[in-house]
Design a protein around this ligand. Sequence first.
Ligand code: C5P
Length: 234
Amino acid sequence: QKIAVIVVAAGSGTRAGRADGPPKQYRSIGRRPILARSLGAFMALPAVGRIVCVIDPAFVAEYRTAIDGLAADPRLAEPVAGGATRQASVLAGLEALAPFAPDLVLIHDAARPFVAPVAITRLIDRLADIPAALLAHPVVDTLKQADADGRVIGTRARDGLWAAETPQGFRFAPLLDAHRRAAAEGRTDFTDDAAVAEWAGLPVAVVASEPGNLKITSLADLEAADRRLRMEEF
Ligand code: C5P
């Protein structure tokens, strides 16, 4: 089966302090850029046949610098221009992959550089008998709902709740169809692709992730990851 990967990296990364540099996915933690680490986890898998990054064309120079060293891998396609939302960026990636006609597509946020190849393989294996699946971990915190003033309204049961991660994996054709329909119907509010699949009525499964598949969101996340890797890679 043909497996393709979309790494979405077209966000502005403002929460990680865009004012002081390029978007976070192009910055290094330890010795390597976040984007190169995210791509590397997929490139480590021989089953992956094609990888495309979705980027903001304003940062194509930063992209080229970040992938320097990986660009020799013929599976890495030319980058695709993203859209105004994550959902639009994913659709751009799916359309770019359509000529390649993959059986499966894995969609990953560039901001998760620590995903373990073993977890990706577990996700791929799950797609043998279901059209959509995502890496996730059970919620361990007690969940409070609060109003705008921070006043607690209630406590939500956490049993059966999973925190969604990426990658998320899908049979390609039904996911492309679901994304096209969502866009055509003006639905632009989906924050992950599993939600698009659910909306389209596809069965979706959670797959237990490995610990440490963190999303680097704030500047503090980036600095903490950088400090940790500098120690480890010293
Ligand atoms: O916005 P958020 O941080 O949840 O973004 C998750 C991922 O989606 C990031 O890797 C980001 O680069 C990507 N993204 C995108 N296009 C957008 C917005 C976000 O590719 N318009």
